[in-house]
Write a protein that binds this ligand. Structure first.
Ligand code: SAH
Length: 397
């Protein structure tokens, strides 16, 4: 058996770990130099060398790993991974039964008791996202647990842990029968084309399910919709299903155009009635102003960081300016769907961004609805950063 590494917790953080804080944060540990090999089991101990909790070493952003159990004698073995997956699967039974939605999250990292990896379900296929070399060292246990507990067509994986914490682009197939992509998954009766073997992103972000439904059911009928940072146009598909007059999709990535055409097509929506622009959003704002274009609904869902030829965008810094640009091209009584997945700030600060933007534009507004992660993206109440998604539906008054 490999030797357990003891990590000395700084005294003012002991109480947090005892309460169940799951992330082993660099700043809370005195002897980080004891850590050598990712995947090692670590015991967090206090100044009297008393056991607090145990976890594994795996580098992920500022984290050095995740807490696994408070039970000193519980082994981190196949049975451990299987038990946690079993609980997670039971919590998703209603999702498996729902034939209108065939894509959802099965295991959400620390929200389901083991930080560092997630498992998504796409109509019979399982996709594992690994966020550190440390958790990846337990791969065999996780695969065996899926083998014992799930029926599947195939398992795929994304390794998101190169030296910069980015996606490692190699064959994502793990086992089963290779799929023919795209597969078409359903979400609340809508179709989405999904690719599990083509880069870091699969074509749809499952965490926005409730927002797509709201856009379809409450905000689109007869409306002129602008979808910025549109990627494959998933929000626009929802808007078109909801009876939008037209959608305009703006994304910088060249392949977003064919991907958006495909999403419309698998829904039998005529893409030629839609506008699909490969363009920098910030250029589009200027263009729209010049042409005096205005929209009834504008969706804003930028990445946390983005770099284009002319702009570097960081949500934490530039979101208010982005909302101001949006307000300028939104009709009175129009609606802005403002979204961010930046975990470094919470809903209160995000509302502050919206407030700042409207004040600086001398415009009134009303927040109509707010969204966070859906229930399959289970979070741990003691780790609010894990609840990263923030979406505000705001009416311009
Ligand atoms: N809203 C999308 C997901 C957006 S992912 C959805 O719900 O599916 C972020 C997207 O922003 C990527 O497709 C990326 O190409 C695009 N992007 C990043 N910077 C951009 C910019 N300056 N202008 C336009 N698109 C940009």
């Amino acid at each position: 058996m490999t030797k357990v590494i003891e990590l000395n917790v700084k005294s003012n953080y002991i109480a947090e770990y005892k309460k169940g804080y799951p992330l082993i944060n660099k700043d809370t540990i005195m002897n980080t130099n004891a850590l050598k090999e990712e995947g090692s089991i670590v015991h967090l101990i206090d100044e009297n060398r008393q056991f607090i909790t145990k976890g594994y070493y795996g580098k992920q952003n500022k984290g050095l790993g995740w807490v696994l159990t408070h039970n000193k004698t519980e082994a981190i073995d196949f049975a451990f991974f299987k038990s946690r997956l079993e609980v997670a699967l039971n919590a998703r039974q209603s999702f498996y039964k729902n034939t209108e939605t065939t894509a959802f999250r099965v295991f959400n990292g620390e929200g389901d008791g083991i930080g560092g990896f997630t498992i998504d379900y796409f109509d019979g296929y399982y996709l594992i996202n690994w966020y550190s070399a440390g958790i990846y060292s337990f791969k065999d246990h996780v695969i065996s647990a899926i083998d014992e507990l799930c029926d599947y067509k195939a398992i795929y994986e994304k390794k998101r842990f190169d030296t910069k914490g980015q996606y490692i682009d190699d064959d994502d197939f793990v086992k089963g029968t290779r799929g023919e992509f795209p597969i078409i998954v359903k979400e609340n009766g809508m179709n989405y084309a999904v690719y599990l073997n083509d880069g870091a992103m699969v074509g749809i972000f499952l965490d926005q399910r409730k927002v797509r439904k709201a856009i379809r059911d409450e905000y689109s009928k007869g409306k002129n919709v602008l979808n910025t940072f549109s990627y494959t146009g998933a929000f626009s598909v929802a808007a078109a299903h909801g009876g939008a007059m037209k959608t305009t999709n703006v994304d910088l990535a060249k392949r977003s155009k064919s991907k958006t055409i495909e999403q419309f097509s698998v829904n039998s929506i005529d893409y030629e009635q839609q506008d699909i622009k490969v363009m920098d959003v910030f250029e589009y704002f200027k263009y729209a102003k010049r042409k005096e274009l205005k929209f009834d609904v504008v969706v804003l869902d930028p990445p946390s960081f983005a770099r284009s030829k002319k702009h570097t965008f960081s949500t934490a810094k530039d979101y208010p300016a982005l909302i101001k640009d949006t307000i300028a091209i939104t009709e009175k009584n129009g609606v802005i769907v403002a979204s961010t997945n930046n975990a470094s700030f919470g809903m209160r600060k995000f509302k502050g961004f919206v407030d700042k933007a409207f004040k600086e534009m001398n415009t009134n507004y009303k927040i109509l609805e707010e969204f966070s992660l859906p229930s399959d993206f289970k979070t741990n109440p003691i780790f609010p950063q894990g609840n990263y998604l923030k979406v505000l539906i705001v009416e311009k008054r």
